[in-house]
Ligand binder design. Structure first.
Ligand code: BGC
Length: 255
């Protein structure tokens, strides 16, 4: 198995891309740590599914927008499984609001869940890797919108732009400690974050037409890359981004 005995934290691990990562990593032998502030039942079910399949997982009551709760997740990983190998900063939200109508509350919430949590997840995981004297890997689930504007979703874009620079700067700072930091940047994925598009046939068709491979990604398409990176393959990769977007960023109407 690719991740036999490795311990992995996945924030936002109980839905969407996070859930697919958790299931794929557990199937490859990883011990999983997830948070459960938003959907406690889903976390319970997910842990039961992992355990039924012979895997190990623990849920932590943690609000990832609070630094101390991220610290609690790292501590739980160590207390339960003895060490930490990989953190996947996956939790994310978007408001689909633009520069003229985004409120202070909306802006702060998006920043706290998408960017601040990735920052402190990275910091606490890195401190643990250094204390353990082992190499470590931080994977930030970013987006094509770390680089590519999405008009009408500005707070999200700003947060993902920040994630891009977090990964580059932390990757440079932490490289000498044997710690790598990599962004995985999906395009459009069929998850709850995209329901406003996928539930509207016209919008969905427009989106599919904009994607060169003519389909949204499945969460498993993203999870496959996370498992690959967590396995220790591509071990020279750090401070950069892997895009998994069906070509959407390079698309052109060709008119
Ligand atoms: C956003 C989606 C968007 C997709 C492609 C994702 O990061 O969450 O709202 O549809 O990028 O533009």
């Amino acid at each position: 198995m690719l991740l036999d005995g490795k311990t992995m934290i996945v924030t936002g691990g109980n839905s969407g891309i996070g859930e697919a990562i958790v299931l794929a990593a557990a199937a490859e032998g990883a011990n999983i740590v997830i948070d459960y502030v938003a959907h406690p039942e889903a976390t319970k079910d997910l842990i039961a599914r992992i355990e039924k399949a012979g895997g190990k997982a623990v849920g932590v009551d943690a609000d990832v927008s609070k630094a101390e709760d991220l610290h609690k997740m790292v501590q739980t990983a160590v207390d339960t499984f003895g060490r930490l190998d990989v953190i996947v900063n996956n939790a994310g939200i978007e408001t689909r609001t633009g520069v003229l109508d985004t409120t202070e509350d909306e802006f702060e919430k998006v920043m706290a869940i998408n960017l601040k949590s990735a920052f402190f997840g990275t910091q606490f995981a890195a401190k643990q890797f250094i204390a353990q004297k082992t190499p470590g890997l931080v994977i930030n689930i970013s987006s094509v919108h770390e680089d590519w504007p999405m008009p009408g979703n500005i707070a999200y874009c700003v947060s993902k732009g920040g994630t891009r620079m977090l990964t580059r700067t932390a990757g440079v700072e932490l490289g000498p400690h044997g710690i790598r930091v990599v962004n995985v940047a999906p395009g459009a994925v069929d998850t709850p974050i995209n329901t406003s598009t996928t539930s509207d046939p016209e919008k969905l068709k427009q989106l599919e037409d904009a994607i060169p491979v003519r389909r949204l990604a499945e969460p498993e398409d993203i999870a496959d890359m996370v498992v690959f990176l967590a396995s220790g393959k591509a071990s020279y990769m750090t401070a950069t981004t892997v895009f998994i977007d069906g070509g959407i960023m390079q698309g052109s109407v060709g008119l």
